[in-house]
Every structure is written in structure tokens, then in C-alpha cells.
Design a protein around this ligand. Sequence first.
Ligand code: ADP
Ligand code: MG
Ligand code: ZN
Length: 736
Amino acid sequence: MSSDHEDEVDLDTRLRAIKQELEEVNTELSRLNQRRRKLEHLEEKLRIQKLQLKSNELAQKDWNSQQFPWSSQVRAVLKDVFNIKDFRAQQLGTINAVLSKKDVLLLAPTGGGKSLCYQLPALVVDGITLIVSPLISLMEDQVWALKKLGIRAEYLCSNTDKETVNIILKQLREGDCSNLKLLYITPERVAKSNRFMAALQKCYNAKKLTMVSIDEVHCCSQWGHDYRPDYKHLSVIKTMFPDVPLLGVTATATAKVIADVRKMLNLRECLIFNAPFNRPNLYYHVLEKQADKTELHDMLADLIKRKYRHMSGIIYTFSVKDTEELSTQLLQRDVKVLPYYGNLDPKQRSRAHQKWMRNEIQVIVATNAFGMGIDKPDVRFVIHHTMSKSMENFYQESGRAGRDGKRSDCILLYQFKDIFRLSSMIFSEYEGLDNVYSMVKYCINGKDCRRKLISRHFAEVWDDSHCDRLCDHCYYRDKVRLPEQDVTNYYHTLVAILRRAETLQTKLTPLKLVDAWYHKGSPKNRLEEPPPLLDRYIGEQLVAFLIVNGYLKEDFQYNQYTTLCYIAKGSAYVGTDGIRFQAARVLRIPVDSLKSPPKAGSSCISDAELEVIPVTSSISSVAESPIRTSTSKRKMSEINGSDRDECFSIGSETSLSSENSIRSVKIGRKSLEKRRETISSECDSTEQNVTKVAKLVNRSISKKTPSKELIAAEPTDDEDVLFVPNQVEVIDIDEL
Ligand code: ADP
Ligand code: MG
Ligand code: ZN
């Protein structure tokens, strides 16, 4: 019997030891995982830099020279046919390279003038140029514009009537370029039409295939945001026509995508031209999206009717349903709009597009199906009713503003809820969540220039002078910036709420989590400690921040109808520095300010009187004070009249007004150590330790109400530890 008992004790001890070791392993794993993510990020960055270095080197190889045999003809066509005075960045280099029969990839921002790089050489050389383009609307646009310039261009798509198809194929077979200089086709035709490929082969045999260009070439890559399965068949082009120059153009410039594109297209030696991605004439702004729909629709209608009076724009929405709803609501408010989405009847879709092109309607409300290559020069505003599903999408969509180089606005309406609408839609996509999170990071970033964030995403070197106050953060600078704070104990509170839910065998959605934190919603989810002293929108920003940085994570569950998104503790490791977060004050457009017409020469909302939503006093006092501020030891001993090591100080997250609102307390490390020693002789688990300490401290708090003077306290050295009474999980004594 007694030996059985000993065995059991022995087993228990071993189990405990294993449990402890497992915990250690898990902590180490999460630290390593974090390290790995950081390294991967760095690796990607360096790879891009290397690629850029290499392509810069090649691109600098005097491709911009005017001494090529075709140089004078190129100039003449530019001026006389296209009515353009000068080349934009990388256009001439690209044109010279393809005319030298090199394969080229051109990475240039939306609106950078990529089309000219295949349209112009097509007119300089004898023969037919083939352009593969992913969208019918895009082909229609370009062919229409080229015909207006008197250029012989045609396109083949599923809507082309039989007779036209026959004529075009005959010209192609015969290499007859008297009526056909540029032919646009969809990738499906390369993939699926033998008849077309046979005609193309004949054209090539007759030495009349001048060049093949692939527009939006990132569609080849599964890493890209617009992967099109039919693009993978385009690999036959280089195999069938090895000596015909191939030009791929795209506005997506991540190294992964480019490497993939090269592989998919069999481009062994190719020149990569990189045009700068900064769009100096665009003003970037993130606005709070009103929760109340009527308010939101009123605001948008006012904005469009007043600030953007007589200006053309696009509103991007999350779904077909949103598109329909928003366009109906705007119509009811006398805004001339039409909806546009993928499965709209093709006739209606094309009608909407044409009417918008001709300024017969002011705004097109669209899903991201309204996309690639839309070429309207005078789009003065692009509004994102919901953030895009990736930074690439956002950059491309917002980039449809201001192609003519004039000032234009890119406004994004941000709302916490939208994160989860997006993530539950795309979480199963490859890298889908990462993409959404990079978008969320852009929205909740509280300090950096928006351009800097965009260019960082595209791995460009950044120089602050690029912005010239053309983004909300640069424009409103000090009005929007809040100081960085240590939010580690908020994080612990949130985790405690999640743990509590777990013990109740429930899961919390993001909104329920925030509700519980703010003592709203179901009382059973709340902790005893009072709600945070942050304004709710900042609390939500913080939760978003914790999610996108891996401290919390989304947990997706299917039911019969939909995907549900819950929140769980994430795997990111909280280091000794804690978690630092810089909230952004949100800007809102006061409806009144929209009533006045725009000032002459002023573009849009950057010059409007935006209202900075005031931050309530409690958070401002918190926010304005330095991070981890606590009372200096000298002061504390004065206040408490006791040995400095025995006293407690108020952490930066503490409200200073009343005893009730004490939320976090710092106690001296030494004093904690001392207490730990005494306590640990009595109890055996860390949790008990902490609870004991908590009780002790709680008792001292109730005795010593902090005085106002503590507000002005200077930061002490890092000897203090954060401590939250009534919340055991916060302190891991072994980490102190
Ligand atoms: P993207 O790079 O997005 O494909 P486009 O080729 O559609 O851009 O060009 C955008 C607009 O810029 C078009 O209206 C085009 O005529 C115009 N454009 C192109 N090159 C020049 C230039 N060198 N100077 C002025 N306008 C140009
Ligand atoms: Mg284009
Ligand atoms: Zn800026």
C-alpha cells in the first residue's frame, strides 16, 4: 500500500516535471517561431534588394540612350501618333530593350504608362504585336483608345462575332499587318484555341510576329493577388516563339511574384525595369467608418456632392451586396452612380463602365472586379468603403485615381468589424490572412507616413521628402499621433477573458471579446476588474494590433452556413520589453464642413476641415505620459513616508482620479522578491504566490490612495514590474 502511494507520488512528481519542461519547450518554440518569422521577413527583403540591385544594374546599361537605330522614329511616333511629349520613368528603356529583342519585365505603378511600352514598339517594327490581357473591359478600353488615335488595333474575346474572328484570323495567318498592328487576346485563347494558335504559328513562320506582350503578368503567379489559371499556359509562348521578344508588365513588384513569373514564362535571361512606385499626386487618408449606416451614407453622399462636385470617382466595396446597397443609397441621395460587379449582366456592366468613362455618371460603385487597366485619367477620388484584401489590391485600386498626374484622393474607411469580414472570406487562401493583416497594419498604424508604409510594402527605399504632407499622418502630424504605450497588461487582461470563456466552454468572437473587456454584453464573460480606460475605438485598435502581430489569433470554425471567426490566444512571445503599441486618433469628416464648395484649386479632403475625434480625458492623460512611467523613487518615499523599496507606484495605465479606477500597480522588484521569498515558503505554486502578492498589494492600495502628484512623475529605471491586482495571470514570477 505504502509503496503504491510512493509510486503515485513519484509519478506525480515526474508528471509535474514533464509538464514544466513542456511549458518551457512551448515558450522556447514560440520565441523561435517569432524569430523565424522575423528572419523570413528579412530574407524576403534582402532578396528583393538583391533582385533590385541586379535589375538596376542591367537597367542602367544605357537603355535610355537616344542612339539606337530606331531612336528618331520612336520619338516621332511618340509625338505624332500618341501626342505625348516625354517619356515617363522606364518607358524609353523598356522600349529600347524590346526593340533590341530582349525579354523584359516592366514593374511600374498603376498609371505609370505601361501600355505605351508595347503599343509604341508595335508601330515602329513591321509585323503584328500580340497582347495578352486578362480582362475584356481592359481590351475594349485600349482598342477603343488606339482606334481613336488612328492605330490599327483589334481584340478577340468570347463576344467577338464569328465574321470578325474569321477576318482577324486570316490577317494573322497571312501576317497581313496593313489592317492589324496590335491584336489583343485573352489568355484563354492561348490555352484553349487550337485554331488561334495555328494562325499565330503561321504568322511567326512568316516572320511577322513582332512581339508578345503580357499585361498584368503577375496573374501567372500563385503568389500574386490575381492568380489566373489560364495564365500558366502562356509558358508555350517562349517555347513556340523563342526569338520573339516578350514583354511582361505589372504593377505588382514583390520578389516572390517576379521570380515565379520568370519561371512560369520560361524567361531565362530577362531585363527587369523598375519604375518608382510612389505616386506623388495622390493623397492617402484613413477615415473612421461610421457604424451607423444612414450616417455613413449621408457622409458619403455629402462628400461626393460637395467636395467632389463635378469630379469623377470610384467606390470599392467588399461584396456584391454592399455594392448594390451602397449604390441604391447614394442614388436615393441624388448621386449619379451605377454598380459594377463580376456577375452583373455583361451588357449592364459594359454600360456602367462606358457611362462612367463618358462622365454621364459621377461614381462607379464596384467590387474589385472593376479592375485592372481601367484607364480614366481624371479619376479624382477612390474611396474604399471596406479595406482591400491586400496591400497590393489597395495600391492598385487606389492607384486608379489621378492617372493624369493631378491631385487626387485615396480614402479608406476603416472599421474593426471589417477585419473579420475579410479574414473569414480569405483565410483559406494561400497567404490570405497575411495579406489582410498587412492591410490592417496600414490602417491602424498610428505614426508613419502612409506612403512610407506603401513603399515599405513594395520594398522601396524611402525618403521622407517624398510625401510633402500628402497623407493624413504627414498632414495632421501632431493631431493624430498618440505616444507609444506599454500595453502588456491589457494583453494579459484580454487573455484572461479568453481563458475565462474557455472555462465556461464558450468561444468569443472579436466583438464579444471587446464587449467583455468593456463590461458590455453578457455579464458572465466579464472579469471583476474594471473596464479599460481607453476609448473603445482605441481598445479595438489594440485588439486588431494584437491579432496582426500574433499575440492573439483568429480561430475559424465552420457551421452549416458560414465561417465563424473567434479569437484565441496567439503564439507570439511577449519578450522582456513587453508589448508596445501606438494608437492612432481617428479622423472623421464633419458633415457640416462638406457643405461648403471646395476652395479653388484645392483638392478634396486634404484641405477640408477634418475633425479630429477628441480623445477622452482619461486616455489622453495616459497617452500623453511616457511609457512605463512610474513615480520616481525619491518622490514615492516622500509620498509614502516609508522605505522606497516598500512602496508601490502607479503605472502609466492607471487612472489617477479615484481609488476605484486603480488598474495597474508597479511594485519594486526587490520588494516583490522579498515578498516572494516569504510567501513561497508557505505555498507551492506560482499562481498562489501571485494571488498572495495580489492580495497584499490590494491591501496596500486600499490603504494608500495615490495622490495627484504622481501624474508628473518621471520614469524610473526598469526595476519596476507591472502588476495588475485581481488578475493572477499577469505576473509570471519566474520571469521577473
Ligand atoms: P498602366 O501602367 O497602369 O497600364 P497606362 O498604360 O494605362 O498605365 O497609362 C496610364 C495613362 O498615362 C494613359 O492615359 C496613358 O495615355 C498615359 N501616359 C502613358 N505614358 C505617358 C507619358 N509618357 N506622358 C503622359 N502620359 C502618358
Ligand atoms: Mg495597364
Ligand atoms: Zn506622408
